[in-house]
Design a protein. Structure first.
Length: 566
């Protein structure tokens, strides 16, 4: 591995961890799309020149369509450059930061930031948000690395200021629609116009990248505004937003309201260990990771306690019942699948940031998914800050959410033909161990999009599954990869990605402070339905010793094997 690859992957991991730190958001801004810090070939200026600073200041007060520039900042290298979820990131190169306010129509006010580096490569990168927030809440920090590569950047606040219980949604369909899909479109138009005015030449290529809700942002752009971006990266996309929010409530209540399931959180490691013991070697390598969980057949009843037995090493019948229900996913009384179930292997993990495994998402601890769902139902669905989550009823409240906000928030439309027809390229990625957004949701969307696009789909859309990766990052497997050069190469040179190099580090805490540990494993991510297979010789921690291939009968659509008896 080259020094540049190593530096890029390490910077990427740090960005992902910073994003994952928002326990109450769906791990937001791995935002600039698993971006990475470039190695500079020559010394970089520390500040804008007088001419560049003058051009920056001249943008103040200008109007670009429905967007007006309110003020600008001149940022030198080393100064606070952007926000992340632990504070701020330092600028690597000098740039002009433009603060603007745009509007999608009556009742809309969208705060936009456009970041303009001194050295521009002619390209614009937009980033998405996380949870119920826009990209300004924690994604601009990740953009610092891409500014150093020459990209101009754009982010926005999704049309609202964050508030307890999502109070911003009460009485405002405009803010809900801006959050759902309109704000990123307005920001795209503003970003292009402002960059073109500053550099006195048009934007040549434009890309958008987001993970979690940012992934949903990305798909909304591809579906509704196919002309906005040339290339889009959607990681772990919260496609079925209303189904996702209902599922968090259902899973939490399964655990809390099933007598005999109280100790299940402490036994999730037991379940995952049994899954790994049974299926880890199916891919030819014992590495604590399932390359393809769909190939595994496991029923939690295999761990059920014998009659009269009580132990932390076995499951009660109630615990088996709850685990089976989570694998299966919730259904309404008339059999409608609300959301796909969570795959085998996603049950448990350890991390310095509590976003790995089922427990911190919907059992105990931060209960990130549950808290997000509480806010969603309070501010956006019931429009009642006194709404009591204990009153949640799947039949009533899931349908209510679908009716009131589903059209604005759910990114379920698989018809990407307009986006593909203009040459647009879409990369999807998804961790198999994601405990926040089930892998099946992304697999099913990809299959539907391929069906709609037909034989030419591989020329426009590709999905990369990441074995062992949790929500946007972390997990047991390699979880960092440098995705922006990949989408750029596909758009600019028509070089379609056949693999993406992913890496795992031995230390996560240091990554948060710019002191990452060594890379201990690399592995190729393969375009689904291909999976990585060991060649039979060499280190199993070296990606060079693996090849991508499609197993006979393996299709694109998820066919999750329900546990026996489920």
């Amino acid at each position: 591995m080259s020094g540049l690859q190593r530096q890029s992957i390490m910077a990427t991991q740090r960005a992902a961890l910073l994003a994952g730190g928002a326990a109450l958001a769906l791990a937001a801004a791995v935002a600039a799309g698993h971006a990475a810090a470039p190695t500079q070939a020559r010394p970089v200026a520390k500040a804008l020149t007088l001419q560049e600073a003058t051009a920056c200041k001249a943008l103040t007060g200008r109007t670009f369509g429905d967007t007006r520039v309110e003020r600008v900042e001149i940022v030198s290298a080393g100064q606070k450059g952007g926000r992340n979820l632990f504070g701020s990131s330092r600028a690597i190169v000098p740039f002009c930061r433009v603060h603007a306010v745009g509007s999608s129509g009556p009742g809309s006010s969208i705060r936009i930031e456009v970041l303009l580096p001194a050295t521009w490569n002619g390209k614009l990168l937009g980033v998405g948000g996380g949870g119920l927030s826009g990209g300004l809440s924690g994604s601009t920090g990740a953009l610092m690395r891409e500014l150093a590569r020459g990209y101009a950047g754009v982010a926005n606040d999704a049309g609202h200021t964050d508030a307890k219980k999502a109070a911003w949604g009460i009485g405002s369909s405009a803010r809900i629609e801006d959050f759902g899909y309109r704000a990123n479109h307005v920001a795209a138009l503003a970003g292009k116009a402002i960059a073109s005015a500053y550099y006195a030449r048009p934007v040549e290529r434009s890309y958008f990248s987001g993970c979690s809700n940012g992934g949903r942002d990305a798909l909304m752009l591809a579906q509704r505004f196919p002309d906005d971006y040339d290339g889009i990266v959607a990681g772990a996309p919260a496609i079925n937003w209303t189904g996702l929010m209902a599922t968090a409530q259902v899973n939490y209540r399964l655990y809390k309201q099933t007598p005999g399931a109280e100790k299940l959180p402490a036994k999730l490691s037991l379940i995952r260990s049994a899954v790994i013991a049974k299926c880890d070697r199916l891919d030819g390598v014992a590495d604590d990771v399932l390359e393809n969980p769909l190939a595994c057949r496991f029923d939690p009843a295999e761990l059920q306690c014998k009659a009269g037995e009580t132990s932390d090493k076995c499951l009660t019948p109630a615990e088996v019942q709850v685990a089976r229900a989570i694998y299966r996913g919730p259904r309404t009384q008339d059999g409608v699948q609300v959301l796909q179930g969570f795959p085998l292997g996603s049950e448990h993990g350890k991390s310095i940031i509590p976003i790995v495994g089922w427990a911190p998402w919907f059992f105990n601890g931060p209960k990130a998914g549950v808290r997000l769902s509480d806010d969603f139902y309070s501010g956006l669905v019931t429009q009642n800050l006194d709404w009591d989550p204990r009153t949640f009823d799947l039949e009533r409240d899931y349908r209510l959410a679908k009716t009131r906000v589903g059209a604005a928030l759910d990114a379920l439309d698989p018809d990407l033909r307009p986006f593909a027809a203009r040459g647009g390229k879409l990369i999807l990625f998804q961790g198999w161990e994601d405990p926040a957004i089930p892998a099946g949701s992304t697999l099913d969307y990809y299959a539907a999009a391929r069906d709609r696009l037909g034989p030419a789909s591989q020329g426009s859309v590709r999905l990369f599954m990441a074995p062992g990766m949790a929500h946007c990052s972390l997990g047991h497997g390699p979880d960092t990869f440098d995705i922006i050069p990949v989408i750029d190469a596909w758009v600019s040179a028509n070089t379609a990605p056949d693999t993406i190099l992913a890496a795992k580090h031995d230390g996560q805490l240091g990554l948060l402070f710019g002191k990452p540990g060594d890379i201990v494993r690399t592995r190729p991510l393969c375009p689904w339905p291909a999976t990585a297979h060991y060649k039979g010789s060499g280190s199993t921690d070296d990606a060079a010793n693996f090849t991508c291939r499609v197993e006979p009968g393996q299709g694109a659509r998820l066919e999750h094997p329900s546990p026996r008896g489920a």
